[in-house]
Design a protein around this ligand. Structure first.
Ligand code: PHE
Ligand code: ZN
Length: 884
């Protein structure tokens, strides 16, 4: 049996300054499909911060053919350097500044890993974060090596009329006497290699401009495949909205003459913040009402903002090393969340962010892949673009804002930029700016960055009618995680309110007379008792308002109190949370081996409350829609935390949805009718909210199983005038065994077979359908003529949708789902390790399953572990098994 060689982890504690600095880089590309020649001229010098004395120069490099190497213009002979598979070492270099000329060749056409220089539908493009630049030239490919880049790109004029790189355009001309041309770009801002980008191709563009607060005019361009220009309006609006917002909210202005965005169809992630030249997965740029859903419009807006905001949080101030990834990602996610809240519907976006955190990050923190927001070690950095680094990382920034106040946080960020512009820094530098501005000791807060696991916060309230005081007991525990045994108590901002008998908030005054204006308590010990005075009657506590900390909250509230919060809480987040908690309690009970079906009195009571809230005209329709989205299968599995039977979870959910549908039918029907679209399509939050509410009502109506409701869904599909309605109806029908299902799927395919992004939806809807034959369905989809393992969007549409969003299918009792994922991922692993390892992440929660499924998932993982795996997949498989 072949056993993959053990891979060694890297440790944060081993960080050492680079021995050499690269100050200037000149790159000369001769683009060619299979043999692109790259001439690099590097100006280097010994790092003055490192003890002097002839240190060898070690450069990273991968998949490169070295043509020539010269030091201070003098060619080096083979014996002057040591060329290995991933390094190029020159043992003797001068102890003063020197230059290195390196000529290499790489093969973009053969690059299916989509890291380094590759081709996407004929367009040359690059992806360098985190370690792709070393696949372009030999380099000190680490984020603390900042350099100023000048790039010349030469290419065939017909093949690549558009030539782009970072910074500002300097020159563009034909190469006389040839069919080739070239362009020169210069980026004046020192940057690490991971922010380098180059694009060459036959692209069309949409242009606009933006005048910054200080009056600089910036040219904006979005480059897309010719013919797609009509799908860029929304993206362009988002660019301008983001630029304005970052000026207003954080005082951050754009700094180059141009801001370019390129959309490509083959991309491993969502998008990339390369300085002045963002490269996007085209799914996050292209939108038209008939092809993009409201969810697509929202993600486009959010990701454009995210990448744009990186210009300051990531590019101008970057990371010292990859352990500090959250420094740019957590902060930038926080910034994009704030942008979305400010420009769309605040509470609804908070709900969306928390849903995302709980769905993806909580299981990560509770499973074998748990790691701190700033990991202390990793085997493959590509595996650390995680929900913990991104989403939990954003929550840490939010907590800092809560603790410092909006104004304090803004001041601290200003100080951070002032101190560190042009530097590669650490989480400590960031938190220090927060501490310095506020005068607060944030040393305990730092544990959020170093300790993994979700803290459990238990709260209970007693009322003393004689003294008119309420005592809130709070205790916190962080359970051990596979990576850390011992845990220390955390610094937790706990926002709360106490509701009086009429549902209004009572003034919060502590025993010693301190008034809590903002309702904020700080939990720092393992146990606290907070006493509130002058409380006239037993209050109902509303705890963790606005989800003020990424913790699991347990309370002693009974069903009546939860219902009271659902009807009265002035905090919109907690009001929604109360409805979810009510439903979750029913569903977790129902999903137990001999639980009561979620159809009894309590379910009817929930249904009535939901119906009332959903028709409360004063509330935003998008917010009302959130109430009608009952907890998902993954919500329930996460709450159960052990012995999970995904079929029982699914059944519990179906039963509750049917009960709600039946009980609230008149209200839901009313909503469905009254919210029918009237005017022309608009993606704005108002219209999108109406669609969301109407579609949520439809979903519950169909859940009744009534033939007339299924008919309604089919009519909804046929009459849909936008993608949101069409895909909602298709998705609802996809789970059913009705002839309408096949008819709608066939119709959708015929209409959209030549629109890849829409066709992805067709693939995804089938992969997600909860049906007995779903394993066979996804297996068959892999053989569909339009399927390709090489296109990450298509792979995600089928394989990730199935593994991550079809719990009954993926966890089918016969283990067929596990085998399917394992063999597909193994095949992908041979050419795109990053993508394969991400897919394998779907195994992370195998230990919470009932014993039979656990055994079968474990067997599949063990079989995988015996295969020859990439470093990426090796790390995921072995850690998931509890071995690495
Ligand atoms: N840095 C990108 C972001 O904005 C994500 C990314 C990581 C893209 C790695 C490509 C490769 O979050
Ligand atoms: Zn990012």
């Amino acid at each position: 049996m072949h056993q993959a060689a053990p891979r060694t982890p890297k440790y944060l504690a081993d960080y050492a300054l680079p021995d050499h600095l690269i100050e200037e880089v000149e790159l000369d590309f001769k683009l060619d499909p299979t043999a692109t020649r790259v001439a690099a001229k590097l100006r280097l010098r010994p790092n003055p911060k490192v003890a002097p004395g002839g240190r060898p120069l070690v450069l990273h490099g991968e998949n490169l053919t070295l043509l020539s190497l010269a030091l201070d213009r003098k060619p080096l002979e083979a014996e002057d350097y040591d060329l290995r598979e991933t390094t190029l070492t020159i043992p003797e270099v001068p102890g003063r500044p020197f230059t290195l000329d390196i000529v290499t060749v790489c093969n973009p056409e053969a690059n299916a890993a989509l890291s380094g220089l590759y081709r996407s539908s004929g367009t040359y493009c690059t992806q360098c974060e985190p370690e792709g630049f070393r696949r372009i030239t030999y380099f000190i490919d680490r984020p603390d090596a900042l350099a100023v880049y000048t790039v010349r790109i030469e290419a065939d004029r017909d093949e690549a009329p558009v030539l782009l790189s970072n910074g500002n355009p300097m020159e563009q001309a034909d190469v006389p006497g040839t069919n080739r041309h070239y362009a020169v770009w210069h980026d004046p801002f020192p940057k690490p290699s991971y922010l380098f980008a180059l694009v060459g191709g036959n692209l069309a563009s949409v242009s606009d401009s933006f005048t910054t607060a200080s009056g600089r005019k910036v040219a904006l361009n979005i480059y897309v495949e010719p013919g797609k220009q009509d799908c860029c309006d929304w993206a362009m609006k988002s660019v301008k909205r983001s630029m304005r917002w970052d000026e207003e909210r954080f005082g951050r202005e754009y700094d180059l003459d141009v801001f370019n965005i390129v959309a490509v169809s083959d991309f491993n992630m969502g998008a990339m913040e390369n300085k002045g030249l963002n490269v996007f997965n085209d799914k996050l740029i292209l939108a038209r009402p008939d092809t993009a859903s409201d969810a697509d419009y929202a993600s486009i807006d959010g990701v454009i903002a995210h990448e744009y905001f990186h210009n300051w949080t990531g590019d101008r101030v970057t990371c010292r090393d990859w352990f500090q990834l959250c420094l740019k990602e957590g902060l930038t996610v926080f910034r994009d969340q704030e942008y979305t809240s400010d420009t769309r519907t605040g509470p609804v976006n908070r709900i969306a962010s928390v849903r995302m955190l709980k769905t993806h990050q909580f299981p990560e923190d509770a499973g074998p892949l748990a790691h701190p927001v700033r990991p202390a070690s990793f085997i493959e950095i590509n595996n650390f673009y995680t929900a913990t680094v991104y989403e939990k990382g954003a929550e840490l920034c939010r907590m800092l804002q809560t603790l410092l106040g909006r104004e304090g946080f803004r001041k601290a960020l200003d100080l951070y930029f002032e101190r560190h512009d042009g530097e590669a820094v650490t989480v400590e530098d960031f938190v220090e700016a927060m501490a310095d501005v506020s005068g607060r000791d944030l040393s305990q807060f730092m544990r959020w960055y170093t300790q993994s696991g979700t803290p459990e916060l238990a709260c209970s309230l007693d009322y003393d009618p004689h003294t008119k005081t309420a005592h809130l007991r709070v205790s916190q525990v962080v359970a051990p995680t596979p990576d850390q045994n011992k845990k220390e108590p955390m610094h937790i901002p706990l926002k709360l309110g106490l509701l009086g008998a009429n549902g209004d908030d009572l003034p919060l005054v502590l025993e010693d007379g301190t008034a809590l204006e903002d309702g904020l308590l700080e939990v720092t010990e393992r146990e606290h008792v907070f006493t509130f005075r002058d409380i006239p009657s037993p209050p109902t506590p509303s705890l963790l308002r606005d989800f003020s900390a990424p913790v699991r909250l347990t309370t002693s509230l009974d069903a009546d109190q939860i219902e009271f919060l659902m009807m009265h809480d002035s905090d919109p987040f907690n009001r929604w949370q109360a409805a979810q908690t009510y439903a979750t309690n029913l569903l977790t009970a129902a999903a137990q081996p001999d639980g009561d079906a979620a159809s009894g009195k309590e379910a009817v009571r929930l249904a009535k409350a939901l119906g009332t809230t959903a028709s409360e005209e004063a509330l935003h329709p998008a917010y009302r829609a959130e109430f009608l989205k009952l907890p998902s299968e993954s919500d329930i599995a996460r709450e159960l935390a052990r012995d999970v039977d995904p079929d029982a979870v699914w059944q519990a959910g179906e039963t509750l949805r049917a009960t709600v549908g039946r009980t609230a039918r008149p209200t839901l029907t009313d909503l469905y009718t009254s919210l029918a679209p009237s005017g022309p399509f608009s993606p704005d939050p108002e219209e999108a909210g109406r669609r969301a509410l109407r579609n949520a009502a439809l979903d519950l109506l169909v859940a009744t199983g009534d033939a007339s409701e299924i008919e309604r869904a089919f009519t909804h599909y046929r009459e849909a005038s936008n993608m949101t309605d069409a895909i909602t109806a298709l998705s609802i029908l996809s789970h059913l065994d009705a002839p309408h299902r096949d008819e709608a799927l066939q119709h959708f395919y015929t209409r959209w077979e030549n629109e890849p992004l829409v066709l992805d939806k067709w693939f995804a809807v089938q992969a997600r359908a909860a049906r007995n034959d779903s394993v066979e369905t996804v297996q068959a989809l892999l053989s569909h003529p339009k399927f390709s393992l090489k296109n990450p969007n298509r792979v995600r549409a089928v394989i990730a949708s199935f593994a991550q969003a079809n719990p009954t299918g993926f966890n089918r009792a016969d283990g067929g789902g596990y085998d399917f994922l394992a063999s597909a991922a193994l095949e992908i692993d041979r050419f795109n390790p990053h993508l394969a390892a991400r897919l394998l992440g779907a195994f992370e929660s195998w230990r919470i399953l009932e014993p039979k499924r656990q055994a079968s998932a474990q067997a599949t993982l063990q079989r995988l572990a015996t295969q020859e795996l990439s470093t990426d997949s090796y790390e995921i498989v072995n850690k998931t098994l509890g071995r690495a």
